[in-house]
Structure formats: structure tokens, C-alpha cells
Design a binder for this molecule. Sequence first.
Ligand code: C2E
Ligand code: MG
Ligand code: MG
Ligand code: MG
Length: 285
Amino acid sequence: KAKQQGRNTLQIFTQDINQKLTQRVTLRNDLPEAILNEQFELHYQPLLTRAGNIHGFEALLRWNHPEKGLIPPDLFIPIAEETGQIIALGQWVIERAARDFLTLEPQLPPHCRMAVNLSPVQFHRPSFFNTLSNTLAATGLSASSLELELTEGILMNDTDAAIASLHGLRALGVSIAIDDFGTGFSSLSYLRHLPIDKIKIDRSFINSIASNSKDAAVVQGIVALAHHLELVVVAEGVETPQQQQQLAALNCDVFQGYLFARPMPFAALQTWLELHRQHSDDVRL
Ligand code: C2E
Ligand code: MG
Ligand code: MG
Ligand code: MG
């Protein structure tokens, strides 16, 4: 019986792999057309300060596939990176996010920012800096309204070159956040060499913070170190009031997660902003 069960498991396993491969091939074939036919859309997730004010938004890419529906980025970004299409796609993301932010800006409190995720492939292109500054000029978005989210992976090969690029981007006026912080291979000591503004503690730590005292200790250590280096600390993936309370007690500066708002299409974000403002007014009264 055990043998039979083992074989079934293996069968399911290979079926699963086959499905994934087929899906990957399909997506890879459909991707060039998707860019031409504008099948992509951005959803936006608000980030809130500890006091509950709007800190900014993160733009998150979705592929609205004509047959498969909304496809999450983890499924197609790796493919777009392999094929080089991430360059065109990433450029589209920055332009779309810039224009949407400018539409919202009159309603926003000062110092709000639009955060955009940057692929290492984009970041490492020698032309990235010029392309970005041209995009800022063309859209009219002020550099100080833009934040680039990068992962520690960009430091892996030529760390010095990556740091030089970061210096250039900050000189332009954009801010830099390290995304998924804590999941990379780097040691903590590299942080003090980095010209960055913010770290976003990975969801995996936030997830278990209320149940696992070791993860809570890790978060506490990260926050203390980051504040010592004058970095803003964001907790991503906050889902429960317990997590929020604990993160607030640990002095986390900014919160992002389903507890507050899910990523949503632009129209829904406009409605959300209106409700949030009414609620803030009510609280003040
Ligand atoms: P990320 O930058 O770390 O984005 C946060 C992810 O966590 C998003 O997943 C978001 O929907 C999800 N999330 C937010 N709050 C919660 C929560 O409370 N609970 C849970 N379980 N999840 C939460 P999403 O949108 O599927 O994006 C996945 C990843 O894809 C992003 O991770 C980012 O690395 C990448 N990505 C998204 N958009 C872009 C893009 O325009 N360009 C590039 N290069 N990468 C992108
Ligand atoms: Mg991100
Ligand atoms: Mg993240
Ligand atoms: Mg991530």
C-alpha cells in the first residue's frame, strides 16, 4: 500500500511539474504580445505610518491575460527577466506609476511617495540612470516623489559598482528602499555602507512575530540597527492587529499589509483615499 501511495505521490508530483512547465512556456510565448496589447496593469497598496497617516503607495504589477485572468508578478517577472522584456515592462511601470501618482498628488498629504519595484536587470543597465531622469522630466514627477525598491541581490556581483549607482540615483533625488530585507545572503554590516533611505522587513519575519519570540528578537534587532543608521523601517505583510501592536511596540515606522489595505486598481485606490480621508477627519473631530 505504501508503495502504491508513493507511486501516486510521484505521479501527482510529475503532473504538477509538467503543469508548471506548460504554464511557463505558455506565458513565455504570450508575453511579447501582452506588452504590445497593453495587458498589464498596476495595482497600488498604501503604506501607513505608525500614527495611521498615508506614507505612500507601492505599485505592484499584474498581467491581465485574456484567457488566464489576472496573473501575479512572481509567475511572469522571472520570465520577462530571462527574455529581456523586463526592460520595456519596467519602463512602462515607472511611467504608469508616475502618471497615476501625479493624478492623486493634489489629494495627498506632503511627502507621500510612489514606490516602484526594480528588477536587478533594470538596475544593472548602464543606461538606467539616464532613462530614469528622462522619464522624470517627461512625466513631470518630482524625483523626491519616487522610491525605488531593490533587493539585496543587486549587491552580489560588483558591490562597489552597485553602491556607486545608488549614490547617483540618490543624488538625482529619488529614494531607495531595500525590499524583502533579511532574506538575502548579505551580512548586516554591509548596511552602513549603503546609500539608502529605508528597509522593508520581509513578510516571513512579520508573519511569525506574534508566535515566535526568536523572529520577534530578529525584528527588534533590525529596527534598532536601522534606526541607528537613520533608516526608515517598514514592516511588510502585516495581517493581524497583534502583529501591528507588536511592531508598533518595537518602533517600526511604517506598515504595509492586508490588515490596512490590499493592493487595488487605481480606481479603487481613489475611493480608498476618499474613505481614508473621511475617517481621518472623523478621528480628528
Ligand atoms: P514585494 O515587492 O515584496 O511586494 C509585496 C508583495 O506582498 C506583493 O505581492 C503584495 O501583494 C504582497 N502583500 C502585501 N501585503 C500582504 C499581506 O498582508 N499578506 C500577504 N500574504 N501578502 C501581502 P505581489 O503583488 O504578488 O508581488 C510579488 C513580488 O513581485 C513583489 O514582492 C515584487 O518583488 C515583484 N513585483 C511586483 N511588481 C513588480 C514590478 O513592477 N517590477 C518588478 N521588477 N517586480 C515586481
Ligand atoms: Mg516591493
Ligand atoms: Mg517585499
Ligand atoms: Mg517580495
